[in-house]
Design a binder for this molecule. Structure first.
Ligand SMILES: NC(=O)c1ccc[n+]([C@@H]2O[C@H](COP(=O)([O-])OP(=O)(O)OC[C@H]3O[C@@H](n4cnc5c(N)ncnc54)[C@H](O)[C@@H]3O)[C@@H](O)[C@H]2O)c1
Length: 317
């Protein structure tokens, strides 16, 4: 019997992943948690407040609810972690160790924990960054993700813990706003295109970054978690490629739908983080091990984003 705990479940990924997990396993078998209270009429899935900095609270919730699998999404994202590096480090590393210890003690059978393209930095190939590449990140967030990947590998090799991970690229979605990442511009731009027909990008012209539409990211997560254990060869985190584009390329795509849309550029502190990240990712190993294949490109993602946001924002363009 699978009983799932989702941490950080009210965030950009969690809000959509929890819904999908509830469809697959039944709402009664999913427990969503977050440090925040949900808004009224959120998903019809049981909720409990959980601060993942509280080690005892994590242990209690896992034991009391006979949890078997965890999707540990609670984190501080890249841009925010640059402002609060110590809190970011503590949140992004300690809670993962608590879950890994529970799995080592056989209190959990499977863990999903997301890593990020932020593990890459100095010395890594920028184009088609390989799976096995140097990880010298230039952000505190990236350093914590590299540490997390190391924890996953060690707990797998030494204690047989079944922990699975993906290096998500920047994720683009319309349901829930992103929570303070460097790639958030690629979500903001759709809102501003519809609301103001112009957007000032905090990421500069010519900066190509790996991105992915949320539907693909959720499907990747579920497919990885459902893959036979013996097929998996990566126990740090899998590289995953979706779509690569620059701010001017996404703007040009939006212009096809909103002809008077205009983009301008005012790069800020997030530019340095973006400059240290890859342009595109080689995900051959994910393709081989669990048949990964993205469905959305820039064109189809833009159609979906504008369609859903128009109806969410009640805008007629
Ligand atoms: N969104 C992306 O583009 C992206 C890309 C790469 C990796 N990731 C990773 O995916 C995971 C989820 O990201 P997201 O985009 O959904 O983030 P998000 O910021 O949208 O959501 C994180 C959630 O965690 C909650 N949270 C914060 N501190 C907490 C605490 N102490 N205890 C419990 N909950 C707490 C927040 O309230 C929020 O709802 C993170 O590990 C992130 O690093 C995300």
């Amino acid at each position: 019997m699978t009983k799932i705990l989702v941490t950080g479940a009210l965030g950009q990924i969690g809000s959509e992943l929890a819904e999908k997990l509830a469809q697959i396993y039944g709402s009664e078998n999913v427990l969503i948690t977050d440090i925040r209270e949900p808004e009224q009429n959120h998903l019809d899935i049981p909720y409990q407040k959980l601060d993942v900095n509280d080690e005892q609270a994590i242990k209690d919730i896992v034991i009391n609810n006979q949890i078997t699998e965890v999707y540990h999404l609670a984190a501080m994202l890249s841009a925010t972690a640059e402002k609060y590096p110590i809190q970011g480090w503590n949140l992004n590393t300690n809670s993962l160790l608590t879950f890994l210890e529970l799995a080592k003690d056989k209190k959990l059978s499977k863990i999903f924990w997301p890593s990020s393209i932020a593990v890459f930095g100095r010395g890594a190939a920028a184009d088609m960054t390989p799976q096995e590449e140097v990880t010298n990140p230039l952000s505190m967030y990236g350093v914590a993700k590299v540490a997390g990947e190391g924890f996953c590998e060690i707990y797998h090799q030494k204690y047989g813990v079944d922990v699975r991970s993906i290096r998500y690229p920047g994720l683009i979605s319309w349901k829930t706003l992103p929570g303070g990442g460097t790639t958030d511009y690629a979500v903001d731009i759709y809102y501003k295109a519809l609301e103001d027909k112009k957007y000032e990008s905090f990421i500069g012209e010519g900066t190509a970054l790996p991105m992915m539409y949320m539907d693909d990211a959720i499907r990747a997560t579920i497919e990885l978690m459902q893959a036979p254990k013996e097929d998996l060869t990566i126990h740090t985190a899998y590289n995953l490629q979706g779509i690569t584009f620059t701010p001017e390329e996404i703007a040009a795509e939006i212009k096809k739908h909103i002809s008077d849309f205009e983009i301008s550029y005012a790069p800020d502190y997030r530019q340095a983080i973006a400059d240290s990240w890859p342009n595109s990712i080689d995900d051959t190993q994910a393709q081989k091990d669990w048949n990964w294949k993205p469905e959305f490109d820039l064109d189809s993602m833009t159609v979906e984003m504008l369609k859903h946001l128009k109806s969410k924002l009640k805008i007629n363009v």
